[in-house]
Ligand binder design. Sequence first.
Ligand code: GLN
Length: 310
Amino acid sequence: MAVDYETMNKIVKKALSLGKKELPKGRVADYIPELAKARPDALGICVVGPDGTACKAGDTNLPFSIQSISKVISLCMALELHGVDAVFSRVGMEPSGVAFNSIVELDLQSGKPHNPFINSGAITVESMIIDYRSFEDMLEFTRALCLDQDITLNRQVFNSEMATCDRNRAIAYLLKSKNVITTNVDSSIELYTKMCSLNVTAESLANFGLVLALGGIDPRSGKRLLKAGTVQTVKTIMLTCGMYDGSGQFAVEVGIPTKSGVGGGLLSVVDKRMGIGVYGPALDEKGNCVAGKVMLKYLADKLGLHLFQG
Ligand code: GLN
């Protein structure tokens, strides 16, 4: 890290205290019944530097479901398996400007989902994986990328979402009718929902952020986990589409490629410098951790982390 450990610790603690003030503005997601059980006052942030040193504050080891952040992992796998041209022949790479589970414009337009980080795009990505990798393979892949062997499936969250994901099923069948999904719809939905139901921590997300910051290299073993091209693509889509229809504002104000999930997680990548993981299930109206933006903006301003820092 550019600053010493003590200073970094102080900055991370200050970020947490600023984030806590935002919590009353947020609401825990309840459209998946199991998610409504999260503590709205939970908040944690973990920053991991290139040498693996972690600075943490708050609830950084509390497990929560990864939700949409798993879309990054699945995109990594699809790119590794099929390459950039094949993946983006089925899914676009443009911000959608509408809610993550929107269905209307999917039918009105040609049918190709806007990008891999909204539900329609992510379910399409899963449909490109199911014939090549099992859920167990994807779990191992996730553990490797997050440098965390303790990641497991949260069965309660999985069952809860499977019982209530009619909208995702509708999206998937619409995609099948348009020949965007050409494999089994039910298996695609099952893998998508299982990936969303993986339990992670803010620390596991920070580790994953660091692997991406280092271009796909495991900082502990020096082993390459992802191709450099895969990581370049994924980080770019995180910047343009990672915060749903709040991506533009976040990119301008914070300038750190980030992916959110409705479980309250944020995965952030400061290229070549650090990975950041956040947990805070109180969400803003777009489904992003309400305290996360303030915490990341504070870090960006304090440490000069904006991608286009002047
Ligand atoms: N599993 C959730 C869903 O499909 C993921 C959404 C999210 O995190 N934005 O609705």
